[in-house]
Ligand binder design. Structure first.
Ligand code: GAR
Length: 209
């Protein structure tokens, strides 16, 4: 199975979705590490209870590149071949992004390319959008702009607040992320599912065993 490290900063519900999906015997990936920049991240406790190795290193007082190096060392020590960002609220240094080129995925709570960055749900509501959603993409140096691997749409309800919409989008995230990660590591690269650029990157990576 492909070895995946999941990076979180908070609640870790997407991490939990990735973890539980990986319990299926036919999962093509396994979660070998859950790492966080926030030692108090709730998700760390869940991962520990599920018997997954965890690592936490606060970024406070560290240079971005130094913090990323520490994370990178732990991820490689865990033998991970892929990194799944799951609510990891740190911008990554160029060096880190380069080291994981084609092997690092992120989930973002909007239908990219709409609403990169923060406050995606409020921005969708303010714009009067009737459809919101989530996206999984490869991480590149451009924040939230790497090649798209998958998206799921979520209807905006008339009385939605940013919180109520966020909650519903998360339900979609929990469906989208495990499936997209599984497809990616197992190279289920159907022509209309992935752009040619992504196929090129995916096929250049070592096969999952
Ligand atoms: C998720 O909605 C994820 O899409 C978002 O943070 C939340 C984390 O929730 N990520 C970003 O905004 C990245 N810029 P979780 O910790 O419960 O998975």
């Amino acid at each position: 199975k492909a070895r995946v490290a999941v990076l979180i900063s908070g609640g870790g519900t997407n991490m939990a979705a990735l973890l539980y999906a990986a319990k299926r015997p036919d999962s093509p990936y396994e979660v070998v590490l859950v790492a966080s920049n926030n030692p108090d991240a709730e998700g760390l406790k869940l991962a520990q209870a599920e018997g997954v190795a965890t690592f936490a290193q606060s970024h406070v007082g560290l240079k971005r590149a130094d913090h990323d190096d520490i994370m990178h060392n732990h991820i490689t020590k865990a033998g991970a071949a892929y990194v799944a960002l799951a609510g990891y609220m740190r911008i990554l240094s160029g060096n880190f992004v380069e080291k994981w080129d084609g092997r690092m995925l992120n989930i973002h709570p909007s239908l990219l390319p709409k609403y990169t960055g923060l406050h995606t749900h409020q921005r969708a509501i303010d714009a009067g959008d009737s459809i919101a959603g989530c996206s999984v993409h490869l991480v590149t140096a451009d924040l939230d702009e790497g090649p798209l691997l998958g998206q799921m749409e979520v209807a905006v309800l008339p009385n939605d607040t940013a919180d109520s919409l966020a909650e519903r989008v998360k339900i979609a995230e929990h469906q989208l992320y495990p499936r997209t990660l599984a497809d990616y590591v197992s190279r289920a690269t159907s022509p209309d599912y992935l752009t040619s650029k992504v196929r090129e990157i995916a096929l250049a990576q070592p096969e999952a065993d």
